[in-house]
Ligand binder design. Sequence first.
Ligand code: THU
Length: 132
Amino acid sequence: MSNIADAQLIDKAIAAATHSHSPYSHFRVGAALLAQDGRVFVGTNIENASYGLTICAERSAFGSAITAGAREFDAIAIVASGEEPPLPCGACRQVMAEFCQGDLTVLLASISMPEQIQTYRLDALLPHAFSL
Ligand code: THU
């Protein structure tokens, strides 16, 4: 387990959210994914004029991590511009489960109140994940 603090991971997610491409929803999301080797991979939401092609911040972060060879993760911080901490969508929960089998700490915060962090485990957010 890396000893990066929860607040540091939230800060990295907030920095990623500044790069959000969200001209349609105007909803900025940032994610910072902590690998077990201590590396942190960030992602942001990338919208498209063909709305269904939008990529969520969490999946963007996982794409960076997997591409760099990381496979084991301790935690993900997710932040968004709304008033409430952003619960990840179902598709992103399933993608997280692919690599973490439920054993992932999920930290959530609103960008406007970054010190108010909600903490979940992935298996509480997605019980009975699909697997082949
Ligand atoms: N979004 C994410 O980035 N992550 C989620 O878990 C849910 C939604 C993005 C997609 C879209 O750009 C915006 O939030 C509004 O749905």
